[in-house]
Design a protein around this ligand. Structure first.
Ligand code: SF4
Length: 229
């Protein structure tokens, strides 16, 4: 399939079909970060940078029993936050982001997590990806979540030629119907974890292989082919 010759309409139709198949393949795909409020999810999403969801859930399970509101965290010492977040990596930066984000929520938003994109990204440590996770999961708003899996898979599938998350988000928003954005994001994320891994995508087991211009175009498939000759 030559992606460069594909019309915008054909690309949109292919993207929609990919979305339909992946949604059917992963009907339970959703955010795996445990939380009981938008604030808890915002904090967990900040901790999830360069860290597994399981590790974040382990850390937040203990931490949220001590503090789970912006008011409580704004009053904490930075060193306490650093110690709590240490297992998630990059703990000094994450502690600073969570601390400043909490203080800003108290000062500017009455301690409430806003659902507006501009308000969310005005919070320290909150980029569009984090904001979109919260908007989709807690507020039921349409959102494309450009996490590492969505970025990798969108490129392999030829749904974007861009590499910058914000441009990929824009490309996918143009291609897909708004009501499918959140489901598409979560299904892509699950597919990236289960089948289309970074190093050895399992194209032979992929439900969208016939729609993907990168299917079996990886070194491990070349080795398999040559061993059959
Ligand atoms: S065919 Fe291969 S590269 Fe394409 S989405 Fe499926 S696993 Fe990923």
């Amino acid at each position: 399939m030559a992606a460069k010759r594909e019309s915008q309409a054909a690309l949109a139709a292919r993207a929609a079909e990919i979305g339909r198949r992946l949604a059917a393949e992963y009907p339970d795909a959703k955010c795996r970060l445990n939380h009981s409020s938008p604030f808890e999810l915002l904090l967990a999403t900040i901790l999830a940078a360069q860290c597994t969801d399981d590790k974040v859930n382990e850390v937040t399970a203990a931490f949220f029993t001590r503090a789970n509101t912006p008011q409580a965290i704004a009053r904490m010492r930075r060193s306490t936050l650093e110690a709590a977040f240490r297992p998630t990596g990059f703990f000094r930066n994450k502690a600073r982001s969570v601390h400043e984000m909490s203080k800003t929520l108290v000062k500017k938003f009455g301690g409430q997590v806003p659902d507006d994109m501009d308000d969310l990204v005005s919070l320290p440590g909150v980029a569009r990806k984090t904001a979109n996770v919260v908007r989709a999961t807690c507020f039921g708003l349409p959102a494309i979540i450009t996490d590492t899996h969505v970025i990798r898979l969108s490129g392999r599938m030829g749904l974007t030629r861009n590499t910058a998350p914000e441009r990929i988000e824009r490309d996918l928003m143009r291609l897909l119907p708004q009501e499918s954005w959140s489901t598409f994001s979560h299904a892509m994320l699950f597919h990236g974890r289960a089948v289309c891994g970074a190093k050895r995508p399992a194209c032979e087991a992929c439900v969208v292989a016939d729609l993907c211009p990168s299917a079996c175009a990886f070194p491990h498939f070349a080795k398999q082919r040559s061993s059959l000759l």
